[in-house]
Design a protein around this ligand. Sequence first.
Ligand code: FAD
Length: 436
Amino acid sequence: NTAVMWFRRDLRLSDNPALLDAVSAGDGRVVGVFVLDPLLWKRSGDPRREHLASSLRALSKAMGGRLVIRSGDPITEIPRLADEVGAASVHISADHAPYGLTRDKEVEASLKCPLVATGSPYAIAPGRIFNQQDRPYQVFTPYFRAWLEHGWRQPVKAPEDVRWVKAESEALPEGEVEGAGEDAARRHWQEYLEGVGEYDDVRDRPDLDATSRMSIPLKYGEIHPRTMLADLARKRSDGAESYRRELAWREFCADLLARNPHAAWKPLRSEFEKMAYDEPGDQLAAWQQGRTGFPVVDAGMRQLAAEGFMHNRVRMIVASFLVKDLHVHWKYGARWFMQSLRDGDLASNSLNWQWVAGCGADASPYFRIFNPVGQGLKFDPDGEYVRCWIPELRELTGKTAHEPWKYGGADGYPEPIVDHAEARREALRRYDAIKA
Ligand code: FAD
């Protein structure tokens, strides 16, 4: 017997129940494959492509160089490989996002052997949790309670008795970033875990840069959230509790998208279909380039361009600014994020954009509009974050960097492109119109 393990969003060997199933179905003989799907490759920006390439390199190394790379449509590539190696079964961890779900059904229909799905990239697979009326949750806190009560399985070890079977392979894609792969993810997580007790106090401060950045290994499945949850359970601190709650947000987003595939690019709450937005133009470009004249917004967008990452608080601020100050539809911002983020993930991205835009589940009320200056002063109180990313502001000391128009000395930095108070009134007028 030989089994095929088709890796997708689970680029690791440990805590991978689908791999254990492949090993047992193939009596230890497994062909491990990753298919470079041109459609997904094209939709990813450079940061995601680079990370994926590095993560595949690390995975292949852990497999003694035996990872098989094929490029093309998985609907033809996977059945072809299964035929070539005479596979008894093909194993996957389930994908619940709209594209993956349809693709897997088509692969299953084209295969001559079974496609076996075991596990998912979540502690609890999307679609599993229901309220007492047997309906999905629309609000996070009761979802979180039910999620905790539901529980999840304990992490499993990497298989020891696997023999990776050779098959014809293309070269690994080019790209090299530091810190990719399962070993690096685990090391980084163990280090972060030491200080997780402080998480609550520091998580909202972009100047401290003290969040875990685990969204990146989670995106590629270099670590499974179950492994992290088991470690957190041993910590018993407020910080560990809050961290667990954030992991549940990731699962809530995936659950919402799996049940509402339209929410990838369309509002979850249908009344927002009627919301009036401006055509994206120069203002969208100024936002993308970090040249809006609002320091915390521009610092975030420049961090995104430089690092392929942005702090969560700043993601909320820049998203609110695009939608409620520039009145541009959130889907343009979401698309830019998907191209620019290393952790770009359809479910977390679209549902968080919708949360900020007011049209998602359990969204912040539309009328609560972030003041970009107030947010900067509150969460970057000494101006360290904005000075780090905006060289034009480096002459401004302390919190004055958040209001360069008041203090001068910010040569080359643009004037604010909108009047926030007026933009806010306009956003509320448009909201009143859909409510009516
Ligand atoms: P930490 O604070 O260390 O959080 C720990 C983990 O909890 C994260 O790694 C992540 O897996 C999860 N998490 C935390 N906050 C959220 C949240 N609000 N929603 C879902 N999961 C969360 N996250 C992505 O992974 N991919 C995206 O494409 C993405 N797009 C976003 C777009 C917008 C407009 C906003 C407001 C948020 C977005 N997020 C996204 C959620 C969040 O900003 C990131 O997960 C977080 O900033 C990652 O940094 P971290 O790992 O250091 O977070």
